[in-house]
Design a protein around this ligand. Sequence first.
Ligand code: GTP
Ligand code: MG
Length: 170
Amino acid sequence: NKYDYLLKLLLVGDSSVGKSSILCRYSDNQFEEKVLSTIGIDFKVKYLKIDNKTVKVGIWDTAGQERFRTLTSAYYRNAHAIILVYDCTVRESFENLDVWIHEIDKYSTNKNAIKMLVANKIDKPNHEVTKNEGRNFAFDNNMLFCETSAKNDYNINYCFEELIQQILNN
Ligand code: GTP
Ligand code: MG
């Protein structure tokens, strides 16, 4: 259990946008149609080998439900990166991004934290948010941007790799 770097990532965003599904796909390469809404907070660890160094990545998966907001706010502290997820088929989850940005600004003590915006569920038809809208929002808020499908395993690895690489280069 030795490692050269310890990284802390945080997943936030509205309830049911797919945060837990993204993490489950990344850590266990699994997907379930029926997932229990997260209660409070979940946690996974992943070890990566990058440039001959062992990187221990701890990923905190927060509950999107409003009633857990006070509890989850404590987990923003010292996060190296914050992954903000919306569901591209639910306009409201995109409209709420401003609220999440506000939470991040309020609770993240690491001002160098890297932020990534993730548009999840792109496998589904009837998108209510265009790729350009997502990209523009990310650009305006100094975030990386990624489209994913936890269901079809599209871009999940890439999204985490991109983020981890950015943190290590920081
Ligand atoms: P909270 O824990 O309540 O904050 O929700 P969450 O953001 O963790 O969402 P969760 O991972 O529980 O997913 C909600 C629902 O969306 C589940 O039924 C998943 O199967 C489904 N889902 C997640 N990701 C995808 C995806 O990429 N495509 C499709 N089609 N469905 C997805
Ligand atoms: Mg969840």
